[in-house]
Design a protein around this ligand. Structure first.
Ligand code: FAD
Ligand code: GLY
Length: 346
């Protein structure tokens, strides 16, 4: 028995567990696989509310979370002693078609073709001009996962890996509904409160409008490490890590949980990436992979109260769950421990 039981050990479940624990709660995380091997492992790690062109309250939400990153990472590094590859490298968002170029040329962040080359040498001729977004950056999501796990263990958060939750079992009274326990592969698990952080697999436990959107990715290795900015182009982004790895992504496919890499997916990404940054043509391919983004309607995460008084929702982070992790963890822990509701809660 713990105060809070979190279903799902991705970035959202682990970040929320740490925030709750640092507010004094005892926390258990239940993960059917190994923590951080879902969308959290597959991501590019961009912290890009502006490059992703988020709008309205979602843009504000993303900027708040991006602004929380420096302190959030410092806390994780202090608890874990591990580096997370957090890098405020700035982003170049180029236009490669005349129509798009006419549009971005009106933005205050617009820089010309010549200025784009000054910010990052080696750009291809297809780049007509760009938006320069100095505050967008990146984190190495795989390193971050290790730091989250180590930090969670340092706070005595119980992590149950290899435990599949089959059913959220509820008691339906006339005036209220409560979760009584979880039916799992190791039997019944019980807690005062529950958090659902099951990413793209959420519908297998509750009828929420979350579906998987597949993304294929690859990486190459840049021995020279000339690329120092994220390049975020239409249909392709290029993310240089500090160790010379360059992550290239990603396809956007509405095909359920269809597994695997396709030749056409990787060909499209590589053709576009080589046109934008031609040096990639001669770099060795080091890895290909895919993952499932948890899509929710209007791309807005599903956060806060559910139909069950002791079950809180933290899912549907779609393309920006790495970016949204610090603010999600804060808002969910404020809600559970202090009863504070943020307007972003639906
Ligand atoms: P997940 O990491 O998928 O974790 C959910 C966990 O729940 C899984 O580990 C799963 O095994 C577990 N689980 C599910 N059901 C059960 C059950 N019944 N019992 C027990 N455990 C269960 N975001 C960014 O901010 N920047 C990016 O650059 C970026 N790039 C991306 C690129 C790709 C290709 C993809 C696929 C995603 C990208 N994202 C990015 C989005 C981001 O990865 C996700 O929004 C984020 O990882 C969601 O985190 P999560 O913890 O909700 O889900
Ligand atoms: N945010 C990048 C992606 O989802 O592919």
């Amino acid at each position: 028995m713990t105060d809070v039981l979190i279903i799902g050990g991705g970035i959202i479940g682990l970040s929320t567990a740490i925030a709750l624990s640092q507010k004094g709660a005892s926390v258990t995380v239940v993960e059917r696989d190994i923590c951080g091997q879902g969308a959290t492992w597959a991501a590019a790690g961009m912290l890009a509310p502006e490059a992703e062109r988020l709008e309205g309250s979602l843009l504000g939400f993303g900027i708040r979370s991006r602004d929380m990153y420096p302190q959030w990472i410092a806390n994780l590094m202090r608890l874990s002693g591990l580096d997370c590859g957090y890098w405020c490298c700035g982003m170049i968002a180029p236009s490669i078609e005349e129509g798009d170029h006419q549009i971005i040329a009106k933005y205050p962040q617009y820089i010309s073709q010549e200025e784009s080359h000054k910010r990052q040498s080696g750009l291809g001729e297809v780049v007509l001009g760009s938006l320069w977004l100095p505050e967008d950056g990146q984190v190495n999501n795989r390193k971050l996962t290790q730091a989250l796990l180590t930090a969670a263990r340092s706070l005595s958060i119980k992590i149950l890996e290899g435990v599949n939750v089959y059913q959220v079992v509820c008691d339906h009274q006339r005036d209220h509904q409560r979760v009584t326990h979880l039916d799992t592969s190791v039997g019944k698990l019980q807690s005062d409160r529950y958090v659902l952080a099951t990413g793209a697999w959420t519908r297998s436990l509750l009828p929420l409008p979350v579906k998987p959107i597949k993304g294929q990715m690859l990486s190459v290795f840049d021995r020279d490490r000339h690329l120092q900015r994220v390049i975020y182009a239409p249909s392709c982004y290029i993310v240089p890590r500090q160790d010379g790895t360059i992550v290239i992504g990603a396809t956007v496919e509405d095909k359920g949980f269809e597994q695997g890499i396709t030749a056409v997916g990787i060909a499209q990404l590589l053709n576009r990436a080589i046109a934008i940054y031609p040096a990639i043509a001669n770099m060795p391919i080091t890895e290909t992979w895919w993952g499932f983004r948890p899509y929710a309607p209007n791309e807005i995460p599903i956060l806060g109260a559910s139909d069950y008084e002791n079950l809180v929702l933290a899912t549907g982070h779609y393309r920006n769950g790495i970016l949204f992790a610090p603010i999600t963890a804060k808002l969910i822990s404020d809600f559970i421990i202090d009863g504070i509701t943020d307007p972003i809660f639906q």
